[in-house]
Structure formats: C-alpha cells, structure tokens
Design a protein around this ligand. Structure first.
Ligand code: ZN
Length: 257
C-alpha cells in the first residue's frame, strides 16, 4: 500500500498472464517479455551481490559490505523500496544501509530513496549517497520542470491507467509498471566527477566510470574489481529501450520514467 492509501504495487493483478494462453490482442514479443517480468523476488547475482526484482519498474540491487548494504538504484517509490529492503533483511539478515548509489538521473532509479535511508543520516554524512556528475541538474530538469507533461505522455504511451487485461495495460517491457507511491529525492553527498574514479565504501572497492550523454544525460557504470562484477546502469539492458519516445524527453531515455 502507498502512504496515500492507494495500492502502490500489485503483482497479483497480472496473474492472468500465467494461464499459458496466447492472447491475440497482445504482440507476441510483448507477451513473452510480460511473462518473463512475472519472475519476481530475491536473486543472488553472485555471492555478495543481490537484486530484488519485480517490486517496481526497475530492479534494486544490494551489495554486501563489511557492516551493511550498499543500495544501487532504490526504485521509483518509497513504499516499494522499503518493502524490498525489508524483504532482503528478512531473508539474509538485518543490515543497515551504509550507502546508496544513483546510477543515473531517471526517476525509476532514485525516486524510492526515502524508503531505504533517512535524509538526516545523509546530511550528517553517516550514509553516503553517490551519483554521477550532472545528476542533480538533470534529475530536476527532467522530473520536476518537465514532470507533469512527461507523466501525462507516459500514461498515454504505456496505457498504465487502463485496466490490467489482454485488452488494456499488459507490461512496460523493460519492467512491469511504475509503482504508484511516493517519489522523492535526497541530494547526493558524493559526486563522481572524474572519468574514472575509485572509491572503497564499507570494504567494497568500486571503480566508477562516468558515461554522460548515454542512456541518460548523467549516468555512470561501476566495476567491482574484487568481485569481477560490472554494473552497467542502464547502458546495457536485455531490451531495446532506447528507441526515441513520443513524450519529448531528452533522448535516449528509459521508457518508464
Ligand atoms: Zn534510465
């Protein structure tokens, strides 16, 4: 549930996709993707790197540090981000969030930050919030100045306000849908300014690579040398989501946010 009293997220409303039927009214590729997006829950990517998938449009990733979690991309809504954190803590043991990384300036990758950290802890420096250069300018320009127009077009483009059925809203392909909860933003207290910049947080070595003007105007990749793991933000995805959209957003732009 969202704080406002509405349903923020409901995977059950898509159960009809799992009847093993081919729906003539849905493009076969969209149906395939929509069924894949029904695989939700907690995933271990490699030991120490986990994702909670299917709690919002994007995935939320958790890196196990010496003492707590480093959260990568805390979803769109406070409510779904808090639910994902609660779920991983129940499954893998309670750990505090010691840092948050915003990979880029699209709202489905930062909007739920208030569900995983307290702003006072960020202001005091107890929790690091790390973002690529230009993040605040672009997050504000795209989601606040242009926000209303962009949202209306997004509702139209994806039919997200239609009933969930083979004749209405099916999926957004890159993820199921955008959660209908509280979207917020806590300004980062660490900005990655260099092209390549290394940082160790809670014992986890990370090498950030700024990639401005790619999938988003402000974006960065992360390499974990000790884990031989690479986080490509949304610069690499399993869907072709960087096709020009109809909403007048800066391109490229992920379709959900
Ligand atoms: Zn994006």
């Amino acid at each position: 549930m969202a704080e406002a009293g509405n349903v923020a997220w409901d995977m059950g409303s898509y159960e009809w996709l799992l009847q093993g039927k081919d729906f003539d009214s849905i493009h076969p590729s969209l149906q395939r993707q929509a069924i894949l997006n029904m695989n939700y829950g907690l995933y271990e990517v490699i030991p120490g790197i986990y994702q909670v998938r299917g709690y919002d449009l994007a995935n939320i990733s958790f890196i196990k540090g010496d003492t707590g979690w480093i959260v990568f991309d805390p979803l769109t809504a406070k409510e779904t981000a808090a639910a994902a954190l609660k779920f991983i803590n129940e499954q893998l043991g309670e750990r505090p969030v010691v840092a948050v990384v915003y990979s880029h300036s699209h709202a489905d990758h930062f909007g739920g930050v208030r569900g995983v950290v307290d702003e006072a802890d960020v202001r005091s420096g107890k929790v690091k919030v790390i973002a690529p250069v230009g993040f605040m300018d672009h997050a504000v320009a795209e989601n606040i100045y242009a926000g209303n127009a962009m949202n209306r077009r997004m509702f139209f483009q994806y039919g997200v306000l239609l009933p969930r059925s083979p004749f209405g809203h099916v999926d957004q392909a890159i993820g199921k849908n955008t959660a209908a909860g509280n979207l917020g933003l806590i300004p980062p207290n660490v900005i990655i300014k260099d092209d390549i910049q290394e940082m160790t947080v809670d014992g986890v070595r990370m090498v950030f690579q700024n990639t401005p003007g790619t999938e988003a105007p402000a974006e960065m990749n992360t390499w974990f040398p000790d884990k031989k793991a690479f986080w490509a933000a949304e610069n690499i995805t399993g869907t072709i989501h960087n096709i020009y959209t109809l909403r007048g957003a800066l391109v490229p732009w992920c379709p959900g946010a």
